[in-house]
Design a protein around this ligand. Structure first.
Ligand code: ATP
Length: 288
């Protein structure tokens, strides 16, 4: 019998650029985003059980392991597709800030597909996992693949890009939780009079041009979230004053990330930002 317990890392993402092209008649938004995984990750531990069923445990009391958890939903989809699997226990160690714009739930779901595929020797291809994953959320297929990618459609059409140029990344989440639904509902996509230069950023990444990439970091969702939570702009300001090439809100926010070309600068910015008390969680990280 193969190992009965395995662990997987589920990495968080940031959006190097995020554009909303239009709101579709069905209410979904069509996006163009450059996605990038960062070195902050949850750890999921998978254990086979004799008795059938799914048990999910988390180390955060505000995040129940019940049927609302994306981990549970992903495990259920796999069990339905592969009824031969036995029971499973999945334990989550949550490190990624929640309701933060870092795809914490989606990346946990993605790790479930990878973990169960390995634990039960299911032989699913990445494409097959993505087809199941998109039923849970538009960002799940990206999280299954990770790295640097252009994401289009509602987020499920993915083009792998060259790795983003290496740099140091400062990530800060203020003490607020943002609902992705609220942000999209309050975005007037058809009234936007500017759009991020997604193709320009793609070209900069292909050239390995960190400075060109940083210059084009823009996110249309800031128009909604920053208006409601000005602290996001304040954090961006601190990062830029402390030497960030640029700083941006990730996803629907409120997490802000800044990119730096020197380790000394990112460390200095970390301490300066800490002193301001603007952010509850601060990390120094890098692309993964
Ligand atoms: P995104 O960037 O995809 O919008 P997010 O970082 O803003 O995601 P998440 O951390 O994924 O937001 O969580 C949003 C909500 O989803 C949480 O408040 C929680 O109620 C629910 N949720 C369900 N399962 C999970 C999970 N495994 N991890 C985190 N949140 C989960």
């Amino acid at each position: 019998m193969k190992n009965s317990t395995i662990s997987k890392r589920a990495y968080a993402k940031v959006n190097l650029a995020l554009d909303v092209v239009r709101r579709r008649a069905d209410g979904y938004h069509e996006v163009r985003m450059i996605m990038q995984t960062v070195g902050i990750y949850d750890v999921l531990t998978f254990t086979r059980r004799e008795e059938p069923g799914i048990e999910v445990r988390t180390d955060k009391k505000e995040l129940p392991g019940d049927e609302s958890n994306l981990i549970y939903k992903a495990a259920k989809l796999v069990m339905e597709a592969y009824p031969g699997c036995g029971g499973i226990k999945i334990e989550l160690q949550k490190n990624i800030p929640m309701a933060a714009g870092m795809a914490g739930g989606s990346t946990d779901a993605a790790a479930v597909f990878h973990g169960m595929n390995e634990l039960f020797c299911l032989g699913m291809t990445v494409e097959e996992m993505c087809l199941l994953g998109v039923r849970i959320g538009a960002d799940v297929p990206y999280c299954i693949r990770g790295k640097t990618a252009l994401s289009e459609g509602i987020g499920e059409i993915l083009t792998e890009l060259k790795d983003a140029p290496p740099c140091f990344v400062l990530i800060a989440k203020p003490d607020i939780d943002v609902s992705t639904k609220y942000v999209y509902e309050n975005l007037h996509a058809d009234e936007l009079d500017w759009h991020p230069d997604i193709d320009g950023m793609r070209a900069a990444i292909e050239k390995g041009d960190l400075y060109g990439m940083a210059e084009l970091m823009e996110n249309v969702l800031e128009t909604v979230t920053v208006k409601k939570y000005p602290v996001i702009e304040e954090i961006k300001g601190v990062m830029k004053r402390e030497g960030a090439l640029n700083a941006l809100m990730s996803g629907s926010g409120p997490t802000v990330f800044g990119v730096f070309d020197e380790e000394g600068k990112v460390k200095e910015a970390f301490y300066k930002l800490k002193e301001t008390n603007l952010a509850k969680q601060i990390f120094i990280s890098e692309w993964v």
